[in-house]
Write a new protein. Sequence first.
Length: 366
Amino acid sequence: MRDVGRALAPPLGAFLAARVFLCIIAATTDRPPWEPGSWSGPDTAHYLSIAKHGYVLVPCSPDDPLPGHCGNTGWMPGYAWALRPLIAAGLSPRWASVVVSATFVLASLTTLWLGFLSSWKQGGVLALFVAAFFPGQVYQHGAFPLALFSLFALLCLLAALRDRWLLAGLAGALAALTYSTGWVLAPVLLAWGLAYPTPAGRRKGAALAALLTLSGFLGVLLLQWWQVGAWNAFFLVQGGFGHGLSNPFVTWWIKVREVFTPPWRGVQEGPHLQSLLAGAWATGTLAGSLRRRDRATLLLALYVLAFWLLPLAMGRGVSQYRSQAAMLPGVLLMRGLPRPVLALALAAAVLVAWPMGVLFFRLLLV
């Protein structure tokens, strides 16, 4: 039991540090942390409605801000399904969301530690705390699917690195069921399998894992077709947000340029600072990965590249500050960095997490 306690102490400590940090921020706003609704945002209502009633697709009323189709079909069901057992046991939906999100934040940090960071010769604990305060941190703890997605993504990557392709595919499918960009794991796995085709069967294994991952997203489309009668229900609702192909680097610059343009507005600069930090971290770790050409580094580099650039390529309508949280597994690319560099990264993450937490609890983030 003592050995188990020692093994679990670092992720538990990182979780508690992040949670107390957010509770302090919440306590300074009008949304105290002991009230379950304080951890909810505008999109939380969609997940709760899926948990309670399933999918709904209706024409938008003239008073709705978006034309066309409205409902909850623009959101994945994995997180909502995770709430159902607790709701069935008598817990209120809001409390169920608090418990589920906190549980999976701890689970993802534990997986990150036991599966990867605990074997590092140096800097593993610091990297774990960087993960706990990673850009988009508040959406990991809030009533959103990011913590659940992070767990499935980590399990998928861990299984793939061990050539456990069926497990990688199943975890990838669950990730695709949980978050709208989870299907991106499929091309990541396929590209990585093609880059490292040996031993024999790796290409087939990677293809199997990629197909299983895609089946998660396709399964959602089929489920929505059955429930609301439209196979493209997901796209009908998401289409109202104006997504479209854009130059990702132009989108990134539009998101961050206000950081360099006074007058500065205090906490309002949080999303721009986070986009700047996420971009600097992604490009820095990707550049560093060019020096190491091992299998694990390539897989993680492909993951970071895909989950950083795709939301940017979808245009300014995407909430970049939320999607950036999906890059959390890329913390593993920081392996080998000196402790002072990791400490600097942690300090930057904490400094950005504060205004983002304030904006979240004040309901100023969509």
